[in-house]
Ligand binder design. Structure first.
Ligand code: HEC
Length: 128
């Protein structure tokens, strides 16, 4: 059975010749209210999450690495992540990719990235 067989409330079409101004204004007001409401209802995305999109190609969208030679970042201690990123940035730790990626990062960006990855919870299971 087709879902389109009977006209439903969503199939209402504007009647030709009838002015829809008031209805349109009301709909716009309702849409604006709904948009404002949903913006308030959604918790703000942590700043590190947006930055971490630049890392996802190798470290995975949730910090579980998608490259065999890239380590998982999810659930790592925050202080460790901060130290490693600063070590790449200063040259104390060197890697052809990570040294380039860490060089432009400021302390605040490093802190946000480390806090985000440290906040991701991981689960470990023994397989035997
Ligand atoms: C092109 C792939 C790639 C991208 C993009 C990338 N990484 Fe990496 N990352 C690696 C690889 C490979 C390593 C392992 C490097 C090594 O052996 O020192 C690594 C290592 C790290 C480490 C050290 C982890 C540990 O366990 O010692 C941290 C921290 C890290 N990356 C953070 C980031 C952050 C934050 C971003 C985004 C701003 C990022 N990476 C983007 C490939 C990448």
């Amino acid at each position: 059975m087709s879902r389109r067989s009977a006209p439903g409330p969503c199939d209402a079409r504007p009647v030709p010749g009838r002015r829809a101004g008031a209805g349109r204004a009301l709909a716009a007001a309702l849409l604006a209210a709904a948009a404002a409401g949903s913006a308030l209802a959604q918790p703000a995305e942590p700043p590190g999450k947006a930055r971490a999109r630049a890392c996802a190609a190798c470290h995975g969208p949730l910090g579980l690495s998608v490259l065999p030679n890239a380590p998982h970042l999810a659930g790592q201690p925050e202080i460790y992540l901060v130290e490693q990123l600063k070590a790449y940035r200063s040259g104390r730790r060197q890697h052809e990719v990570m040294s380039v990626i860490a060089r432009p990062l400021g302390d605040a960006e490093i802190a946000e990235l480390a806090a985000y990855y440290a906040s991701l919870q991981i689960e470990v299971k023994e397989t035997r």
